[in-house]
Write a protein that binds this ligand. Structure first.
Ligand code: PLP
Length: 390
């Protein structure tokens, strides 16, 4: 279908919640994709941090296709190998002990919120449990996760929001300590606030949270939905901070492009949710898990070292540009604060010249595929430089 025809059909029939770029994509391989009219693009978005191995990686596509042809879905009333194997890889990788599979980041955070509330009730008899969350955070679009999100811009229209969240500023240990009450059951953070503008937390603050949670028997929940699965140069970003969370939520890149999320539980809370207390029809779907197994196999230590090397190279190149005020983030999760230009206009100008990038608040956000090659990196940086310097 021609772009204009598709655009009209989409706008006539799809709910208008997304501000789509004026591009219809039809094909992709690695960090390169093509639109319907044959135009070539370098991709610095990874489908917002999902396509860790780029578009349609051949090994990933083969594993997913093979599983789809063998057995596409069974329900959680039966055992399937990809699901158990992926859980085994995730627990081996993290030292956490149990996995609950779901379909998205918001759904993973929903389950973590339920687990934290029940933990508070069972361990300490808390009837109205409270979870501490950070200002400027983002945890999803469902009612519980939008309530957990510490940004007023998301707290419009949909009242009443879920009770039981206390919001504290990032990197402020005194305010965090003061927010803990007898009803507090957990703290939830992103170590790098992605939607909040690609802002990494201070390492001392993250360690303070870990110590406070251990001391007061609170669950330490780390939302790794955007930061996880190699994006920051470690498998999970918390590894940079020298802490051990009780719960990790993960999604986006976990399936390499298929919808999957997971909650990883440490021993302290791995029996909190029992039979019938949580579930998901599609959670642990064998096709999504087959994709996840390829991701876990490929993102090994040498791969992560390459991610860190590429990240250092790109960050340094961007920081040198006069049009760039600062570069933030961690690994290949890169925020670019511009000196003068408007980020949305830069995104549109880059797309016209064949580079796809994102925004986060007023910044540019770059999330290239983790396996992007040197040539595509140079090509993308060249276009970005041209647009910023024009
Ligand atoms: C940190 C974080 N948590 C949760 C979510 C929600 O994930 P999903 O869109 O898969 O529900 C996002 C999405 O951007 C995110 O960045």
């Amino acid at each position: 279908m021609k772009h204009e025809e598709l655009k009209k059909l989409d706008q006539d029939t799809i709910l208008g919640t997304y501000a789509r770029n004026d591009v219809s994509l039809v094909w992709g391989r690695g960090a390169v994709c093509r639109s319907e009219d044959g135009k070539r693009y370098i991709d610095f978005t990874s489908g917002i941090g999902v396509n860790a191995l780029g578009f349609s990686d051949p090994q990933w596509a083969e594993a997913v296709g093979r599983q789809a042809a063998a057995l596409q879905h069974t329900s959680n009333l039966y055992y399937t190998e990809p699901c158990a194997l992926l859980a085994e890889r995730l627990t081996a990788r993290t030292g956490l002990s149990k996995v609950f599979f779901c379909n998205s980041g918001a759904e993973a955070n929903e389950g973590a919120i339920k687990a934290a509330r029940k933990y508070g009730f069972e361990k300490r008899g808390i009837l109205r449990p409270e979870i501490i969350t950070l200002e400027n955070s983002f945890h999803g679009r469902t009612m519980a996760t939008v309530s957990a999100t510490g940004q007023n811009v998301f707290h419009k229209f949909f009242a009443p929001f879920l009770e039981g969240f206390a919001y504290v500023p990032a990197d402020d240990t005194a305010r965090l300590r003061a927010a803990v009450t007898a009803d507090t059951c957990a703290v939830i953070i992103e170590t790098v606030q992605g939607e909040g503008g690609v802002v990494a937390l201070d390492a001392a603050f993250v360690r303070d949270i870990a110590a406070l949670c251990a001391k007061r028997d609170l669950l330490f929940i780390i939302d790794e939905v955007q930061t996880g699965v190699g994006r920051t140069g470690k498998f999970y970003a918390y590894e940079h901070f020298g802490v051990r969370p009780d719960i990790v939520t993960t999604a986006k890149a976990l399936g390499g492009g298929l919808p999957i999320g997971a909650i990883l539980f440490g021993e302290k809370c791995d029996a909190v949710l029992g039979p019938g207390e949580h579930g998901s029809t599609f959670g642990g779907n064998p096709v999504a898990c087959a994709g996840g197994l390829v991701i876990l196999d490929r993102i090994d230590e040498p791969f992560l070292e390459e991610v860190r090397r590429k990240a250092a190279y790109i960050t340094e190149a961007l920081a040198k540009l006069p049009s760039v005020r600062s570069v933030s983030g961690l690994g290949l999760m890169i925020g670019v604060e511009l000196a003068e230009k408007n980020a949305k206009e830069v995104v549109a100008a880059c797309a016209k010249r064949g580079l796809l990038i994102l925004t986060a608040k007023e910044k540019l956000r770059l999330l290239p595929p983790l396996n992007i090659g040197a040539e595509e990196t140079e090509e993308g940086l060249f276009i970005l430089r041209e647009v910023l310097e024009s």
